[in-house]
Design a binder for this molecule. Structure first.
Ligand SMILES: Nc1ncnc2c1ncn2[C@@H]1O[C@H](COP(=O)(O)OP(=O)(O)OP(=O)(O)O)[C@@H](O)[C@H]1O
Length: 260
C-alpha cells in the first residue's frame, strides 16, 4: 500500500541552524499521525516540507506516491493545511470565509454551496455560519479554519498545533471534530502538537521529535509499554525519557531505561 506520506532522509537547514536532521517517516492512509516535540524540535519545518512550502530535494518526500518536488501542484491538490497562525477574516461571516477557500481551491461552481455547507456542518458551525468571524470564540475560529481546509475534500489534512491557545473544552471540541471527519471520510490526518495528553488520546501513531531528529515512532500504547515502567505511565513520561539526558545519540538507545 502506498503511504499517505513518506519521508526519507529529510534534512533542512536555515543557514547554520539545522532544523531537521535526517528523518524518516511513514504515515499510513487513514490514520491520525501526531508529530510531537517541544518548541524548536523541527515539527513545523517537517510539515512545511511535506506541504510543498519549502524546497526539499527530489526523492525525499512524497504524498500518496507523488514526489513533492517534482509534482508540487498535484500534491497541493491532495492537501488541506491549517497553519499555526490564525487565518480567518474577522470581517467576513463564517460561510463567507469558507466560500472564499472553496474558490481558492477551485471547487467546481455547481458543487460549491453544498461543499461549503457540508464543511461548516462537519465542524459544528451551521448555526453560527451567518455571523462575522470576529464574534467567534477561539475554538470556533479554529473549527472555521478546519472547515476552510476541508472544503476541498483533501485526502491529507495537515494541522500545525490545532489546539494551541485554546481552553480545555475548546481543545476537546477540536479533537472530537477531527476524529469525526476521519471516521466519516477515512481522511489521513497529520498533526503537530506539544500537548502529549491530547496525542495520547487522539493519535493512532506518533513520532517523537527532538532537536531535528525522530527519536521514536509507534502507537502511544506501544511507546508507553516500551518504557517498562513500574506503574502506569503516560506519553508525557515517554517523551521525557526519549528527549532527556538518558538518550545515547551514539547507540540510538536509552542509557538507563530498558527498551523493549
Ligand atoms: N525561517 C527560519 N529561519 C531561521 N531559523 C528557523 C526558521 N524556521 C525555523 N527555524 C529554526 O529551526 C528550528 C526548528 O524550528 P521549527 O519551527 O521547525 O520547530 P517546531 O518543532 O515546529 O517548533 P514550534 O513548536 O516552536 O513551532 C528552530 O531552531 C527554529 O529556530
Amino acid at each position: 500500500m502506498t503511504s499517505a506520506v513518506s519521508v526519507r532522509g529529510l534534512r533542512y537547514a536555515f543557514g547554520d541552524t539545522v532544523a531537521v536532521d535526517g528523518i524518516d517517516l511513514d504515515v499510513e492512509p487513514g490514520e491520525i499521525f501526531g508529530l510531537l516535540g517541544p518548541n524548536g524540535a523541527g515539527k513545523t519545518t517537517t510539515i512545511r516540507s511535506i506541504t510543498t512550502l519549502l524546497p526539499v530535494p527530489r526523492d525525499t518526500v512524497s504524498v500518496f506516491g507523488l514526489d513533492v518536488r517534482r509534482r508540487r501542484i498535484a500534491v497541493r491538490r491532495l492537501i488541506g493545511y491549517v497553519p499555526q497562525m490564525l487565518s480567518a477574516d474577522g470581517a467576513l461571516t463564517g460561510r463567507e470565509n469558507v466560500s472564499l477557500f472553496a474558490r481558492l481551491y477551485d471547487v467546481p461552481r455547481r458543487e460549491r454551496a453544498t461543499r461549503v455547507d457540508e464543511a461548516i456542518a462537519a465542524m459544528g458551525l451551521t448555526e453560527a455560519a451567518g455571523r462575522v468571524a470576529r464574534t467567534y470564540s477561539g475554538g470556533m475560529i479554529r473549527r472555521l479554519e478546519l472547515a476552510q481546509a476541508l472544503v476541498s475534500s483533501p485526502r491529507l489534512l495537515v494541522l500545525d498545533e490545532p489546539t494551541i491557545g485554546l481552553d480545555p473544552v475548546a481543545r476537546a471540541g477540536v479533537w472530537e471534530r477531527i476524529a469525526q471527519v476521519r471516521r466519516e471520510t477515512g481522511m489521513t490526518v497529520l498533526v503537530t502538537t506539544h500537548y502529549m495528553d491530547e496525542a495520547e488520546h487522539s493519535c493512532d501513531r506518533v513520532a517523537l521529535m527532538h532537536r531535528g531528529r525522530v527519536r521514536a515512532v509507534g502507537s502511544p500504547a506501544e511507546l508507553i509499554a516500551s518504557l517498562d515502567a513500574a506503574g502506569p505511565a503516560s506519553l508525557d513520561e515517554v517523551f521525557k525519557v526519549y528527549a532527556g539526558d538518558d538518550w545515547d545519540e551514539e547507540t540510538k538507545g536509552l542509557r538507563n531505561v530498558r527498551q523493549t
